[in-house]
Design a protein around this ligand. Structure first.
Ligand SMILES: [Zn+2]
Length: 131
């Protein structure tokens, strides 16, 4: 059974087929849709060519259903948060960096933080002490 992803605000399903869909906006006002890979630790993503996001940009991620900002400001402003339902039911928080080119994701359940990605050490201490 596959994993589902829901918005922490409206609980709408964000994944369709093999993508997690977000609407996104950069600081300089560019907007577009970004589709992330639902496999935790897979950093492939797709977007329209006209949505020009460069390494180091920090687009805000929004729920495409309720338009909530998915930032996780209780941690650090560079991170966003969604809820993963592992195998369709077992709930985890997924925290990931919004910074383009930064590969770090954290799968969190209670006190347990599982890091993914080559840059995972960057925010790991913050997550541990935030609990
Ligand atoms: Zn929502």
């Amino acid at each position: 059974m596959k994993n589902d992803y829901v918005c922490p605000n409206c609980r709408g399903f964000l994944n369709v087929e093999q993508n997690i869909c977000f609407s996104a906006k950069t600081r300089d006002g560019k907007v577009g849709l970004i589709y992330l890979n639902p496999e935790v630790g897979n950093y492939n993503f797709i977007k329209h060519n006209s949505f020009d996001v460069k390494d180091g940009d920090q687009p805000e991620f929004y729920c495409p259903i309720c338009n909530a900002n998915l930032a996780a400001p209780e941690l650090i402003t560079k991170l966003s948060k969604v809820i993963m339902l592992e195998n369709g039911k077992d709930e985890h928080e997924i925290i990931f960096s919004r910074v383009q080119g930064e590969r770090c994701t954290y799968k969190i359940k209670g006190e347990k933080v599982v890091p993914f990605g080559e840059h995972a050490s960057k925010y790991l201490s913050l997550l541990k002490y935030s609990k």
